[in-house]
Design a protein around this ligand. Sequence first.
Ligand code: FAD
Ligand code: SF4
Length: 330
Amino acid sequence: MMRLPKFAYHVPRTVADAVKMMGDAGPEGRFVAGGTDLYPNMKRRQQAPRTVISVTRLAELNRVEGDGREGLRIGAGVTLTDLCEHPTVNRDYPEVAAAARTISTPILRNMGTVGGNLLLDTRCNYYDQNYEWRRAINFCLKKDGDVCWVAPGSSKCWAVQSSDLVPLMVAVGARVKLVSTLGERTVEAAGLYNDDGIDYLHKRPDELLAEIQLPARNGWRATYKKLRRRGSFDFPVLGVAIRLDMEKGGEIKDAKIVLGGIAPAPMEVKEAAAALVGGALEDERMREAAEACYVRARPLDNTDFLMNWRKQIARPYVLRALEELRRGGE
Ligand SMILES: Cc1cc2nc3c(=O)[nH]c(=O)nc-3n(C[C@H](O)[C@H](O)[C@H](O)COP(=O)(O)OP(=O)(O)OC[C@H]3O[C@@H](n4cnc5c(N)ncnc54)[C@H](O)[C@@H]3O)c2cc1C
Ligand code: SF4
């Protein structure tokens, strides 16, 4: 049985107390929400914080406010189950509820939160193993070792950003509010991710993710498609998120296509968006966009399925997502 290491556990009631506790804990501190990512990682000794600060009792992080007209503010501590079932989310942002429904299992969604999902550790077959397994291969660059087993000549870790909400949040242009003892700042979700499997967030460890802000629903459509081995539950090994801004006549005036589950950060494919903008959602444009995604997608051999097959499957998944958006506009 894998056991948790010893740690001090704090449950603050206000955001001010939470960030103060984190300031006091220093580099040995870590926030925890549902713990569905952090606690397994601690059991595997991938992370071993001395102080764990729970965000579950912070009322400010447990609210959903606003609507599609003004934009939606989702507290980072809202559970995935509450997100999936929230009436305003289902009415005004159904693609967000649908993407959340594909995450893990009902029991894990009862614990797992939106914030934890956005800040998920990157994943790799050589890393998501227990301590003894990792020791048997002399560990790897991401933790305790000095070689990357996926790309042995590489000085970079290629562990994969594997959240289902991240590509969609980036595609729709969500923003996130971060709070620390130094104050607060709000940044684009797109700017939160760094293309490095070890240093995967542009966020200081002492910053608390407080809120996710979705833009007002002024005519854009979006969708998310996920490739996984088991339909019941599995991490994405390819995610396709698309947002389209369309004129009344059907002309696309702006588009964003983001691929997840294939690199250390979500990947925006600008060439695919460029293929769509300026015309209607016609077969030829859709094929060009799918081809652009196929060219840019370069998954490595560190998650499920053969990497070449995952690259090829990017085409039909992008086409499937665009088809759905086209049908939604009829
Ligand atoms: C069997 C299994 C299957 C899964 N399948 C999927 C899947 O299909 N898709 C998917 O996307 N995920 C999946 N997950 C991962 C996980 O369950 C979800 O991503 C979940 O949303 C994580 O949320 P959490 O609250 O439990 O995060 P936690 O474990 O509490 O935290 C995750 C990370 O975020 C940090 N953190 C959490 N909240 C905050 C905050 N407010 N401010 C600052 N830092 C914070 C923690 O320090 C930690 O580093 C799976 C997990 C398991 C165990
Ligand atoms: S990509 Fe390389 S360094 Fe990163 S976790 Fe996998 S084996 Fe380790």
